[in-house]
Every structure is written in structure tokens, then in C-alpha cells.
Design a protein around this ligand. Structure first.
Ligand SMILES: Cc1ncc(COP(=O)(O)O)c(C=O)c1O
Length: 394
């Protein structure tokens, strides 16, 4: 039998993450010890009370059936969490939709909302599923440039009117992946005015809502007046409570949008394992001390990594949020050359910036998913590598 992937799949760019993983495997086969800072999967464990809840419910043999959708306690818990953490009031039944990780919703939303040929405004650089989901839906991606000189905010006046006429959705993420910048309330207010003017659904990805450092405010898009009229917000327990493998997340906000996405999901999946839902309820309604402890841990990691890199003469901006450092690479390399040479010669795996869009060229993404001592060692290895390549070490 001759089998080829569909045209849509062929249109999707090959995953650079796979290339990084293959390169890392090869380096290990060659005897290199590699510190892996490539994949954004948390190394920290979930809080003990979450694991205990999961184990307790997993012992109940009557809880192994399909759940079909989120249990009422989960919807209530998300509503409680949003009220307590971001000052946002949500109707648990109609303004919360459970997802198998926010990726589930991000991957399916364009299929639920867009017809072939519809435009979607997508950040460049941006998290890869944004673009892939539009391709799956047969839509057209319009990249919105995120540039350092504009504080990584899109410039709406750069988007042609004929594109806006065909645009159904706009995707934003503050703080995001790989760009870790934050947005303020003024920006979000501008987004709402723009979305109303052009009849565009705003999709805000807030997966890193609880990894915001140095006392910066945690601004949910849903806390801005008018947001529910035009927008939805994705969130997840993956990074907030280190439950990435449990595959549980949610989307909140505009009731109509959630109904449409929920309609598509009812054809696709049968809900999340009941014990995982109960563990999530426990996490979302806890006293949240685990969250402030976690922020402190990431701040320590970030400061150690940045200080270590600075010793090599490589000046990297301090991330205000997330588990990533979005680092402008030294002159003389492409992102891929630099990332691959770091794997081969320094034994440090990071992701080349062009994995996230054209404007990611010139950057690498470093995930702070190892303890501080290993991050310091990674910085030391990079220092030796840069010295050997006669990069300006002072
Ligand atoms: C910005 C962003 N959004 C969404 C996701 C998906 O997370 P999950 O499906 O685990 O909720 C990730 C995962 O890394 C991410 O970085």
C-alpha cells in the first residue's frame, strides 16, 4: 500500500523539537553528557496533597468509566480559582469548559470556529500549536510580529484592512512561550476595542499565569471590562501545579465560543479520568502557598542561569515570567547552528528560536526545567564553549 500524509499535514512544518531530541540522543551515543533544557515539561512534582487525592480516588473501582465532560466540582473549582487569583467572576456551568490540557482546546478551536480561508492572527514568535491548529482547520495564518523594540506587543496598525475583514480570531499569550513578556491593562483594553471594531474573537493563552516573577501583577485578560464579550482565556494545571502528564486544563470566558468548542469536543473525546479531575479540584481550591513557593524557586533558577551566562559575556534579558529564558544569541550563528553546537560541544540542549516562527531566528529558548546547580553547570559549559569559539569573554 502506498500511503502519504494529507496535504494539510504536509503543510505543517516538521517539528524542530524532534530534531533537537534526535541530536541529543546522538550526542549521548557519542558519550556526551547532555543537560536537557529543551522541553518545557516541569521537573518539579505536584503538591503532595494533589498526589494523595489522586491515589485515594484511583482506589475506587467505580470511577473508571467515561466522565464525558467536566464534573460540577471541577467547574466550581475553576470559578473559585479565578475569583481568588485574578478577581474574575465566572459562571461555573456556562463560562468554564474542561479540556484535556489547554493544548486540546488550542488544537481544536480553529476547527470549531473557522471556515476554510478564514484568517487567524497568530503571534510570531509563538507557541507552535497556534499555527498548526489553523492549518488543520484549513484557515490562513497571518503572523503578528512580536519585536523587542515594541515590548513584544503586536502592532495592530500593521495589519492590512482586507486581512482584518477576513479575520475570525486573534491569538495572544502574556506571559507566553517562547516570548516571556507581560502585557498591561492598557494593552488588553486596546485589544478589546480592536476586537469589537473588527468582530474578532480574542483567544488569550494564560498557561503561565502562576509563573510571574518579581511581584509583577498577574493580569487575566478576563479581568478587563468587556473581555467576556469578545474573548476566551485558556489555562491549565500543567505548569501551575506540575500536573502536565495528567492532561487537564480549561478555557473560560465567552459563553458562545465555549459552547461551540464544547460541541466539537463532544464528538472527539469522553472526558478526563475522574480521579484526575478530583486531584485538580483539590489543587485549584488549596491555600496556594505551593504557588508562591514555586515562584521563588523559578526566580532563583532564573537568576542563577542569567548570572552564569553573563560571566561568559553573553548578556541575556531577565525573564519576567514563565519557565523559559528567551535569549538573543551571540552574533555569527543562526539559531539552529548555535543550538546544535551547544548540544554537540557544550552538552546543553536548548531549542532554536525559529521553531516558533520566522522572527524567532536569532534566539534560542532555554527551559529552566532542571535544579539550580544543573542550570549553573549548563551556564559554565556554555561559557567554555563560547571561549573556545573566541566569543568576547571579558
Ligand atoms: C504557551 C503554552 N500554551 C499551552 C501549552 C499546553 O499546555 P497543556 O496542554 O499541558 O495545558 C503549553 C505547553 O507547554 C504552552 O507553553
Amino acid at each position: 500500500m502506498e500511503l502519504v500524509a494529507s496535504g494539510k499535514l504536509q503543510k505543517m512544518t516538521a517539528s524542530i523539537f524532534q530534531e533537537v531530541a534526535d541530536r541529543k540522543k546522538q550526542a549521548i551515543r557519542n558519550g556526551k553528557d547532555v543537560i536537557d533544557l529543551s522541553v518545557g515539561s516541569p521537573d518539579l512534582p505536584p503538591p503532595a496533597f494533589v498526589v494523595d487525592t489522586l491515589v485515594e480516588f484511583a482506589k475506587d473501582k467505580s470511577k473508571y468509566g467515561y466522565t464525558l465532560k467536566g464534573i460540577a466540582e471541577f467547574h466550581d473549582a475553576v470559578s473559585y480559582f479565578y475569583q481568588h487569583r485574578y478577581g474574575v467572576k465566572l459562571e461555573p456551568e456556562t463560562e468554564v469548559l474542561q479540556l484535556m490540557g489547554s493544548q486540546d482546546g488550542l488544537a481544536h478551536l480553529a476547527t470549531a470556529i473557522c471556515n476554510p480561508g478564514d484568517y487567524v492572527l497568530v503571534p510570531d514568535p509563538g507557541y507552535p500549536i497556534y499555527e498548526a491548529s489553523v492549518t488543520i482547520a484549513g484557515g490562513v495564518v497571518y503572523p503578528m510580529a512580536l519585536r523587542a523594540e515594541n515590548d513584544f506587543l503586536p502592532q495592530f496598525d500593521e495589519i492590512p484592512l482586507d486581512v482584518l475583514e477576513k479575520t475570525r480570531m486573534m491569538i495572544l499569550s502574556y506571559p507566553g512561550n517562547p516570548v516571556t513578556a507581560l502585557a498591561d491593562r492598557d494593552f488588553f483594553e486596546k485589544v478589546i476595542r480592536f476586537a469589537k471594531q473588527h468582530n474578532i474573537l480574542v483567544v488569550h493563552d494564560f498557561a503561565y499565569s502562576e509563573l510571574i516573577f518579581d511581584g509583577h501583577p498577574q493580569i487575566s485578560f478576563m479581568s478587563i471590562p468587556g473581555a467576556k464579550e469578545v474573548g476566551i482565556e485558556f489555562n491549565s494545571l500543567s505548569k501551575t501545579f506540575n500536573m502536565a502528564g495528567c492532561r487537564i486544563g480549561y478555557v473560560v470566558g465567552n459563553e458562545e465560543a465555549l459552547k461551540i468548542l464544547g460541541g466539537l469536543k463532544s464528538h472527539i473525546d469522553y472526558g478526563i479520568f475522574y480521579p484526575i479531575q478530583q486531584a485538580a479540584v483539590k489543587a485549584l481550591t488549596s491555600d496556594y502557598t505551593c504557588l508562591s513557593d514555586q515562584v521563588k524557586e523559578y526566580e532563583i533558577r532564573r537568576d542563577a542561569l542569567i548570572a552564569g551566562l553573563e560571566k561568559s559575556g553573553w548578556k541575556v534579558s531577565k525573564s519576567p515570567a514563565t519557565m523559559f529564558v528567551w535569549a538573543k544569541i551571540p552574533e555569527g550563528w543562526t539559531s539552529r547552528q548555535f543550538a546544535f553546537e551547544l548540544i554537540d560541544h557544550a552538552g546543553v540542549a536548548v531549542v532554536p528560536g525559529d521553531a516558533f516562527g520566522q522572527l524567532g531566528e536569532g534566539y534560542v529558548r532555554i527551559a529552566m526545567v532542571q535544579p539550580t546547580d544543573l542550570l549553573t553547570e549548563a551556564a559554565e559549559r556554555i561559557q567554555v564553549f563560547l571561549k573556545e569559539n573566541s566569543y568576547c569573554v571579558k
